[in-house]
Structures are given as structure tokens and as C-alpha cells.
Design a protein around this ligand. Structure first.
Ligand code: FE2
Length: 424
């Protein structure tokens, strides 16, 4: 049994206690009685949030930075080529070790659910087997969801469709794809049809890398929304990246947004990665290349932010900090009103959980006792500070702690711990 006393919740409720028993939340309210023998965490008014969720990641590539060399141009296409050079050298032991190290980082940062794409274009399916193993090993600490991802193109790479089906047979959860990397627009559209039908047949979710390009005429998201609607896959399909939307004609977007909303297709923006990968063929002005996040949200589309990459062929930084992701997303999308900043916090928590279909997620009675206590008073402050994760709890057990910053001036009457809050 564990009780968190005097917390503030993301919705603004304050002086709240959260009681857990046998791994589940059993009560939420003010001044709850402390059961005998319960472990107590004094929140002291700090923010208690459901855990961070990363709905778009590549765990098979993570922590491979510099192997066999670094991406010089900084483009998506050099990253794909570099990953192709590394693939034949991969071993299962190295894949598992790097993934487990990343999961350590994730838990320390309160990131307790990750959807990771897994490249299925290597006929050995080494990465698939490695990550299925990692998924089982880390299950007590975090939820891993795997996407069968044909990195080199479902139709362009020989054997990719057969490999993808084999990966699903082995237990991979979600159907992936990359229509903008097929040889032609028509082949891209055909890959979307095949993948959606495969998901419908097997009762699975879909998450496609979709229109990750600066080309304003890359419109696979339209095809994805169409097949989602046609096959009745509402709520089970995600378009990842969608960066071409940044460059599309505004009139066309005004037609497209309601179609995405009607099909209940989720959208994932990956701000850290797309602000660095996109616009590389531009001179000045340079496009940001992130999808239209506030406009998608205003149209009623569920939008999450993903990390996408950490220390891999596409991105040389990162540490599993979803608040860093939210911070960048807020800036790139110019989401600076209070409501929009809060929406950026939702994009790395509740919205991402919705993408993954995590039914046990949330600070509610009866849900899994998973949460993170932040050294911040509210979601906006959490983003501003990339707040310290004071305590991370999984199924009612403390799984990580980080001490609060102590660097206060030694003056009488001043607190020992640094107070980051703006007080008026
Ligand atoms: Fe990606």
C-alpha cells in the first residue's frame, strides 16, 4: 500500500491524496485516512501526473550514434542510408543491451509507456526478436508496444511484406509503413491500402510514417484517412510525422483536416526530430517542417508528440525526457497561450496514451497505480523547467527517485531546496 499526500493534479485540483493498493489506485481525495503500514510520499503541493508516454520511437536504432559513422548532411535520407549500413552489423545482444539501457533512462524520467517502430526489412528479424524479448523483460516497469515497420518500403524492399507478416505472427502489436519512401506516389497509396486491409483482417492498430517530407504534394494522409473510413478502423489508426502538411496549400488543408477528424485518425508530431531533419533543401526562409499541431487539435484530432529518435542515425541528442519533447513542440508550433501550453503537456501524457490505446492509464480510481511526482506546481511549469522527476511509481511501487535541486543561499528563513516557482 502506498499513499501520496498533498499533491496537485494536472487538472488543477490541489491538496489531493492518492491511495494505492495491490498496484491500483483505490482512492483519490482530500484528507484521506492513512492506512496502517502504508508507505507515504509527501508531495508538498507538487504536481502528480500520470506517467509520460512516447507514442513514436525507434528503439532498435537508439544509442547507436556513431555506428558506423555520424549523419553529416542531417537529412532523413542520409539517416536511412546510414541505418542500412549498420543493419548487417547488428547483433541481438547489442540490440537488447542498448534497448535496456534506454528503458533505464525512460523509467528514471517517468516515461512508462513507449510505442516503438521495429524495422522488419532485415529478413533475419533480429530486431523484432530482440525487442519482443525486451518487451517481456521490462513489462513490470514499462509498457512497450511494437510496430512492424518496413523502413525500406513495403513494396520497394524485396520481401518486406512477407517479413512484416512474419513479425506480426511473432507477436508484434501494430502494422507500420512508410508510403512516402515507396518508389512512386501510386505505390505509396497502394502500400497504405494493403497495410490497412492487413490490420482490419487481423484486428490490429495501424501507425504509418506518413508524408515525412517537405513535398506539399505528398498526400498519403488523405489515403490513410480514406481507408480508415472505408474499413471502419476509426480510432485505431495513426499518421506519424505528417510533415508535408506544413507545406501544403491552405485550401487543401481546410478540406483535409475534417477528413482526418471524421476517420478519427490520431496524429503524432515529432518536434525534436522534424525541426532538425526537415527544410534541409531550403535556403532561406527555412521551413520548420512540423505538422500543423494547433490546427489539427482545433479540428478535434487527437495529437501526441513523440521523441522518435535518441542518439541514432537521425538525431545525436536526447535522454528519454518527454518534457524536452513538449518544450520543443510548444516552440515550433508557437503554442504559447496557457491553454495551448497545457495541451503540449497532454501531448506527451494522455493524448499519447490514447494513441496507444492504454485502457489502464490515468489518475482515476481503478486504474493502474502508475504516476510521477514532478518538482513543479502545474503542467506549464513542468514544461518550463523540464521538471525533476522526484518519484516515479509503477503499479504502486517506487521505481525511480531523483533528489530535488539544493543550491539555496544560506540566509536565515530561506528554503534549503531551490524554489523554481514564480510567486506573486
Ligand atoms: Fe519515426
Amino acid at each position: 500500500m502506498l499513499i501520496v499526500r498533498n499533491a496537485t493534479l494536472p487538472d488543477g485540483r490541489s491538496s489531493i491524496d492518492v491511495l494505492t493498493d495491490a498496484g491500483r489506485i483505490t482512492a483519490i481525495g482530500a484528507n484521506l485516512p492513512v492506512p496502517a503500514g502504508a508507505e507515504m510520499i509527501e508531495a508538498d503541493g507538487q504536481l502528480l501526473s500520470p506517467p509520460f508516454v512516447d507514442a513514436h520511437f525507434h528503439m532498435d536504432a537508439t544509442l547507436s550514434h556513431g555506428l558506423p559513422r555520424v549523419n553529416v548532411s542531417g537529412t532523413l535520407l542520409e539517416g536511412i542510408a546510414l541505418w542500412g549500413e549498420l543493419k548487417p552489423q547488428l547483433t541481438q545482444a547489442a540490440l537488447v543491451e542498448r534497448a535496456l539501457q534506454y528503458c533505464d533512462w525512460a523509467v528514471a524520467k517517468g516515461l512508462l509507456a513507449i510505442r516503438t517502430h521495429v524495422d522488419v526489412c532485415d529478413a533475419r528479424l533480429l530486431a523484432v526478436e530482440a525487442l519482443l524479448h525486451v518487451k517481456a523483460v521490462v513489462a513490470p516497469w514499462l509498457d512497450l508496444q511494437l510496430v512492424a515497420f518496413p523502413q525500406d518500403g513495403l513494396l520497394r524492399a524485396p520481401g518486406a511484406l512477407a517479413n512484416l507478416k512474419r513479425a506480426l505472427d511473432l507477436g508484434v502489436d501494430v502494422v507500420g509503413g512508410i508510403p512516402h519512401f515507396e518508389r512512386t506516389m501510386a505505390a505509396g497509396a497502394e502500400s497504405v491500402r494493403i497495410l490497412c486491409e492487413l490490420a482490419a483482417e487481423r484486428g490490429l492498430r495501424v501507425d504509418l510514417h506518413c508524408d515525412e517530407t517537405d513535398d506539399p504534394l505528398s498526400r498519403h494522409i488523405e489515403t490513410l484517412a480514406f481507408h480508415t473510413q472505408r474499413l471502419g478502423l476509426h480510432g485505431r489508426v495513426t499518421g506519424s510525422h505528417l510533415t508535408s502538411m506544413h507545406s501544403m496549400d491552405n485550401y487543401y488543408v481546410s478540406k483535409l483536416l475534417p477528413l482526418i477528424a471524421e476517420a478519427q485518425v490520431h496524429a503524432i508530431a515529432n518536434p525534436l526530430i522534424n525541426i532538425t531533419l526537415q527544410g534541409r533543401h531550403d535556403s532561406y526562409p527555412k521551413r520548420r517542417g512540423m505538422t500543423r499541431v494547433p490546427e489539427l487539435m482545433a479540428a478535434g484530432v487527437n495529437v501526441a508528440f513523440g521523441h522518435d529518435c535518441v542518439l541514432d542515425p537521425w538525431y545525436s541528442l536526447g535522454c528519454a525526457d518527454m518534457l524536452e519533447v513538449a518544450h520543443m513542440g510548444l516552440h515550433v508550433a508557437q503554442m504559447t497561450s496557457t491553454a495551448q501550453m497545457r495541451a503540449c503537456f497532454d501531448a506527451v501524457t494522455v493524448n499519447a496514451a490514447k494513441v496507444m490505446g492504454l485502457s489502464d492509464y490515468g489518475l482515476e480510481v481503478g486504474k493502474a497505480a502508475d504516476f510521477v511526482l514532478l518538482q513543479a506546481r502545474d503542467p506549464v511549469e513542468a514544461i518550463r523547467l523540464r521538471a525533476t522527476r522526484l518519484v516515479v511509481v509503477r503499479r504502486g511501487q517506487v521505481v525511480a527517485r531523483t533528489p530535488a535541486t539544493t543550491a539555496a543561499l544560506s540566509l536565515p528563513g530561506r528554503p534549503q531546496t531551490v524554489d523554481w516557482t514564480l510567486r506573486r
